[in-house]
Write a protein that binds this ligand. Sequence first.
Ligand SMILES: Cc1ncc(COP(=O)(O)O)c(C=O)c1O
Length: 444
Amino acid sequence: MKSSQEILGREAESIPVSSRIKYFDMVIDHGKGALLYDVEGRAYIDFLASASSANTGHCHPRVVKAIQEQAEKLIHFTPAYYANEVTSSLLTRLADLAPGDFPKKVAVGTSGSDANDAMIKFSRGYTGRPYIICFTGAYHGSTYGSITLSNVSLNMSRKIGPLLPNIVKLPFPDTHKMLKNETEAEFVERMWSAFMEVFETWLPVEEVAGVIIEPIQGDGGIIAAPKAYLERLYAFTREHGIVFAVDEINQGFGRSGKMWSIDHFGIEPDLLTIGKSVASGMPFSALIGRQEIMDSLDSPAHVFTTAGNPVCAAAAHATLDVIADEKLVDRSYRLGKVAAAFFEKMQTQYDFIGQVRMYGLDGGIDIVNADGKADEPATTKIIYELFKRGVIMISLRGNILRFQPPLVITDTQLNEGLQKVQEAFEAYKNNEIELPDDGNKIGW
Ligand SMILES: Cc1ncc(COP(=O)(O)O)c(C=O)c1O
């Protein structure tokens, strides 16, 4: 077996810089549940779950079996031309699973990004209007449509423009933006005025097709919008005939302690995008939405040859079975409480821990300096120390620890991982962490 260094050395000759977000030199050999093993045989507790695409854990036996059995039967024939049972039954299942007691249809793809492109297409198609509203801090993907909706890194727009026209970015009600002594109600009022200003000054509301939002932003830092804000936004869309879409690609399938992050708000969206964990990381995505919106485009306005692949669909059926049978949504809620209690305790012990935001097994933990400002170097050190101690964690926005373990993580693994987090905090406090020569720049 080749070493990590050999594999990475060879890979460096062929992988473009834009395709890897730099962390540490590890090459994964295999995974099981919430554990990953590198090619040197070292085990890691996974607090990232492949960017929330492994909610059922790595290589869940039921998912593996479903993939194997389907691969023996039919690997692919594009549903763009002919149906297969496993994919078509999944469409019904997904339509039933999405919130809203109204007829729905499901357009499939292979990545979260193309599901969000679909959101743009169908919203425009249904309304006949051009503009789409999205929010600062959002990440919606990497295709031209979805990267235009995204607002997390200048490198996602630098050198690649022009991006898609008529995408308008408005300020997400990020709780970091709350002023000292401002109440949540005052904050919502202020953010809502910023939203409305656009419609009072240059953007005719009757030209807006759709709004897309992550009710709990993932890459933005695991930050929930205030409920009152989302309610206003939803009411605004009802008043003006605008399609209301939520992106559940990162937060769906139990991640936030409910099946969907929008379930925290009691709102039924017109459109909902899914990907990542739906098929336990196999390439499958979908836009699920009200029938009349989903029927607004004519064939072949939205087809991909490999979308709706039956092996991926079989994996998705098995994934949904596992989520239901192992009660993973409840598990996320319950273990999320354990993790929240841990991080809140850490907050009282270490003054470099700022806000702690936890929704199920879904957390953003801010690392701050003495002035309460984002501390990226400290975050880098803590993450490196965790890596050395066998815990995979990454940062968001440079200074937020991203906590998203597989929902199947055992109580013991969770406690062991959290214990190592405490050890890393202690090591940072005691100034004991030395970064490797190239270790000072991680993340995006
Ligand atoms: C909220 C959200 N939407 C969309 C995407 C894009 O999904 P994909 O990378 O599968 O295209 C991501 C990926 O991180 C995401 O977090």
